[in-house]
Design a protein around this ligand. Structure first.
Ligand code: AMP
Ligand code: ZN
Ligand code: ZN
Length: 312
């Protein structure tokens, strides 16, 4: 296998593009795919302040590296959910990367704020673990970006994540989710813009990028995600992709191009207003974060204090 660009020995083959690259040109390929996504979906401009949610995994660390290499102003946000050893080690990866690249990292920690972890909040409020974790992360990302004055929240969702989510949404015709599934959710009514610049790259590519660039990331997935249906959707798509390379691209990028507009219009966007407790945008009197945290006997405002003091 030879590099498509320079003809020297290739280190990776990208079957869906009928291409193979040497290390140098693979890095260039990753940079180009991010640049294309950022431009095509009008995600952000040079000079805008970006808050990148970093989990310590391959995707968000690779993305941070790419954005810094491309000259964007991207600070990190790590949310410590207190999931035992897994959180401790992923936090370390995020902190080590920030240190090595001299990048600013905000850390907001549930255990340091409340002395409990996300599992405690889930249990006390009678909600499933993963939906509580998702709610806490979304809440902290938006609150941190709006309190600290960032123009956009950036996440490391990749092509596999987005194609898997699309399959899940399509299988049960979640029309509301299909309408909103976009790599660029514009700012609206107190919600900060949310973008996904890795939507053209698969997880195999972000892992290879980290290895080539010497980025040390946490290998394992969250221990609580085992058996999640999102993983089953990814497995199905991987099986199809290996028989017909390009399936995920055609499915997801094709949806954005050709399919998504069929779901637009119809019902009106929900009206948001400031939560009576914390002031963050919500459709209800009190937002679900405040309700759930209060049900666990904790003070929701403590997290906003933690965000204000989160350094960087
Ligand atoms: P996941 O939902 O774990 O697949 O993660 C999707 C994206 O959410 C990651 O690429 C990160 O951008 C962000 N993310 C996940 N976990 C965290 C965390 N603990 N702190 C900050 N951002 C996170
Ligand atoms: Zn080459
Ligand atoms: Zn609230």
């Amino acid at each position: 296998m030879r590099c498509l660009k320079c003809g020297s020995g290739a280190c990776i083959e990208i079957r869906r593009h009928r291409a193979a690259y040497c290390e140098e040109h693979f890095v260039e390929h990753v940079h180009k795919q991010v640049t294309r996504a950022v431009r095509k979906f009008k995600m952000f401009e040079p000079g805008e302040k970006l808050l990148l949610a970093v989990s310590g995994g391959k995707d968000s660390l690779a993305l941070w590296d790419v954005l810094l290499d491309l000259g964007y102003q991207a600070d990190g946000l790590y949310i410590d959910l207190g999931i035992g050893d897994y959180s401790a080690r992923s936090r370390e990866k995020a902190e080590n990367f920030a240190g090595a690249r001299r990048a600013a990292l905000h850390v907001v920690s549930l255990p340091e704020t409340y002395g409990v972890n996300v599992g405690y909040i889930a249990k006390k409020s009678g909600k499933p673990f993963c939906s509580t974790c998702g709610l806490v992360k979304r809440y902290i990302m938006n609150a941190a970006a709006s309190i600290k004055g960032y123009d956009a929240v950036v996440t490391g969702h990749n092509l596999d994540d987005e194609a898997g989510a699309l399959l899940g949404n399509a299988l049960s015709w979640q029309v509301g989710y299909l309408r909103r599934q976009s790599p660029n959710m514009p700012a609206s009514q107190g919600l900060v813009r949310k973008v996904k610049p890795l939507c053209r790259l698969g997880e195999r590519e972000t892992a290879a990028y980290c290895i080539i660039k010497g980025i040390n990331y946490i290998l394992e997935e969250c221990p609580m995600a085992k058996g999640a249906s999102s993983l089953a959707y990814k497995d199905v798509l991987n099986a199809l992709e290996s028989r017909a390379p390009g399936t995920k691209d055609r499915f997801y990028l094709g949806f954005l191009r050709e399919g998504r507009h069929y779901f637009q219009g119809g019902s009106e966007e929900p009206q948001l207003r400031p939560c009576s407790v914390c002031g963050q945008p919500t459709t209800a009197e009190t937002c679900s974060f405040c309700r759930q945290v209060q049900r666990a006997g904790l003070d929701p405002l403590a997290v906003l204090e933690a965000i204000k003091n989160s350094g960087a």
